[in-house]
Write a protein that binds this ligand. Structure first.
Ligand SMILES: NC(=O)C1=CN([C@@H]2O[C@H](COP(=O)(O)OP(=O)(O)OC[C@H]3O[C@@H](n4cnc5c(N)ncnc54)[C@H](OP(=O)(O)O)[C@@H]3O)[C@@H](O)[C@H]2O)C=CC1
Ligand SMILES: O=C(O)[C@@H]1CCC=N1
Length: 288
């Protein structure tokens, strides 16, 4: 069975096959639909789709696993978006070679997998673009970096850009070596912020707050601080100064948080470890 993609219905957006529709792939899919990419132009291959994805496909007409659950298609697609785990891609790629044609753009969001890896995995594709979004893409607030293979035509870069900016901001990088570093900062970064909320919650309990109150306050504080930073565009250090009354409570708190650059050293080590892991996931990568 083939996907039988309706090229006319794509209406300029081109046909898209999304390989892997978990957290990130699913978030991007929702962004494309919200931006008006026709559902009839999109096929999704995912062996065990979540119930909300099944419901979305039924409601919108996005084609989900039409080949009896196998991620196989025989019709070439304009864009193949690769959103499986890097550890899965060797086997996943084998199932989609038939969709590749000289006009096909492969757009990968996998951590660690390099342009050279993508070229090896998808040899018949016309161009490859390597991107790194982040999970706030689920609410249209993703921060993405991308790098294109040398010689990638402007039209395909623009196609990649339109799919990536459907879920947030995009920065093209000239140097692929920076992608692992960006992965460590913005790709993984939301998890560091969520962990900060967890730690603040526990610290609030430590100073006497009931756990539920502490959690609500910690969440609202991080949400509000992020919104303020976004709304004002002011440098973080200036915003911090605005909270810190001389001789007040914040100065007392920061005297612990900033002592001996502990937090800075910890974050340096955190990003180094994440970037190192991204590098390990490249090539044929580790199995787990
Ligand atoms: N999560 C994040 O914040 C970010 C993730 N990324 C990248 O996005 C990619 C996906 O991550 P994430 O969404 O978190 O992972 P998920 O596990 O949520 O999504 C991956 C999806 O791919 C499916 N899958 C597995 N094998 C195949 C296959 N052969 N063909 C098609 N689909 C398959 C999985 O199914 P099953 O669950 O059954 O295995 C799952 O639904 C990764 O490469 C990651 O590096 C990039 C930026 C941020
Ligand atoms: O943890 C990971 O490997 C992926 C890539 C960036 C965020 N999540």
């Amino acid at each position: 069975m083939t996907f039988d993609i309706d090229h006319k219905a794509a209406d300029g957006a081109g046909t898209i096959l999304l390989l892997g529709a978990g957290r990130m792939g699913g978030a991007m899919l929702r962004g494309w639909l919200a931006q008006g990419v026709p559902a009839s132009a999109i096929s999704v291959a995912d062996p065990s789709p979540a119930p909300d994805l099944v419901e979305l496909a039924a409601r919108t007409g996005v084609r989900l696993n039409p080949a009896d659950g196998a991620p196989v298609d025989t019709a070439p697609v304009d864009t193949l978006v690769v959103a499986v785990k890097p550890q899965m891609v060797e086997s996943a790629a084998a199932g989609v070679q038939a969709v590749l044609a000289p006009h096909t753009l492969v757009l990968s969001i996998m951590a660690g997998k390099t342009l050279a890896d993508l070229r090896r995995l998808f040899p018949a594709a016309g161009s490859v673009v390597r991107a790194m979004p982040n999970l706030p893409a689920a609410v249209g607030r993703g921060a993405t970096v991308a790098v294109a293979e040398a010689g990638c035509p402007a039209e395909r870069r623009e196609r990649a850009a339109s799919l990536l900016t459907a879920v947030g901001s995009l920065e093209w990088l000239a140097d692929e070596a920076l992608v692992d570093a960006a992965t460590a900062l913005s790709g993984s970064g939301p998890a560091y912020v969520f962990y900060l909320v967890e730690c603040l919650t526990r610290a609030g309990v430590e100073v006497g707050l009931p756990a539920d109150v502490s959690e609500r306050l910690a969440r609202a504080t991080v949400e509000g601080a992020g919104a303020l930073m976004g709304a004002t565009g002011q440098p973080a250090a200036e915003l911090r100064a605005g909270v810190t009354s001389p001789g007040g409570t914040t100065a007392a708190g920061l005297s612990k948080l900033m002592a001996d650059d502990h937090l800075q050293s910890l974050l340096n080590a955190t990003l180094r470890a994440a970037a190192q892991r991204a590098a390990e996931l490249g090539g044929t990568g580790p199995k787990a």
